[in-house]
Design a protein around this ligand. Structure first.
Ligand SMILES: [Zn+2]
Ligand SMILES: [Zn+2]
Length: 253
């Protein structure tokens, strides 16, 4: 099993997970042309993607889903709330409504959704496994719940939101209301919150930790790396960064 990112941040997210026979995307926050360009970078044809799993209806996650699903024949898996809230997301695409607590199979991958606190209708994040390895993905959550910790424990790879640095957000130029939204309980995880989550789920077998959904205004890769590496006691370079433009290259689990 391996995984890669097509890009991550407030201007679009998409993460590719591949097993021996199956490829799924988590979110498609880019339009079809951009998705094609980014998939090509990873050596993947759009027709080789089996399904897209949608975390929630914010446009940086669902923006390209309907158009890509129609054009490339992808099936779409999403919660009832995300389907209901995602304007036009259901037009002409093959959507399967999933329960936010029930695992579903896509080819030889098992996908376990879990609910997260975020300002969307029914947001979920995912743990994906091929039976041998587990990848935990968390890109949008306002705070860490015990259920999230339970779901992300014993993963071989973790992609964790490090949205902002608290000080940079407080001192930055965003309007006060937006600062409250981002830093609030249904907003986004800051570096220290992500670090405290990592402290609760870390184990000796963890092979990859990648920081994702970094704010270009209120964070830096260096600060995110420092927060997560302090928990693991590793070199800060060992922590990966999912960038907005490049995402990150294939990583083997
Ligand atoms: Zn969101
Ligand atoms: Zn987002």
């Amino acid at each position: 099993m391996r995984f890669a990112s097509l890009g991550s941040g407030s201007r679009g997210n998409a993460l590719l997970v591949e097993s021996a026979t199956t490829r799924v995307l988590i979110d498609a926050g880019f339009g079809p042309r951009e998705i094609l360009r980014r998939l090509e970078r990873l050596g993947v044809d759009a027709g080789e993607v089996d399904a897209v799993l949608v975390t929630h209806e914010h446009s940086d996650h669902i923006g390209g889903v309907a158009a890509c699903a129609r054009r490339f024949g992808w099936s779409v898996l999403l919660t009832h709330g995300t389907l209901a809230a995602g304007r036009g997301a259901d037009a002409g695409m093959a959507a399967t409504v999933i329960d936010s607590h029930d695992a579903v199979s896509v080819g030889d991958l098992c996908v376990q959704p879990f609910p997260v606190p975020h300002d969307a209708r029914e947001p979920v994040q995912f743990v994906v496994t091929d039976g041998a390895r587990r990848l935990g993905v968390l890109t949008d959550a306002g705070h860490v719940t015990p259920h999230m910790v339970a779901m992300l424990a014993s993963c071989d790879g973790l992609v964790l939101e490090c949205n902002h640095d608290l000080r940079m957000l407080a001192q930055g130029s965003y309007p006060q209301m937006l600062k409250h939204r981002i830093g609030g309980l249904w907003g986004h995880l800051d570096n220290e919150a992500a670090a405290s989550l990592l402290a609760q789920v870390r184990h000796a077998g963890l092979r990859h930790v990648v920081a994702a959904h970094l704010s270009e205004e209120n964070n830096s890769p260096d600060l995110a790396r420092r927060a997560l590496s302090a928990v693991l006691g590793c070199e800060s370079d060992w922590i990966g960064i999912a960038t907005q433009e490049q995402g990150f290259a294939w990583r083997d689990l």
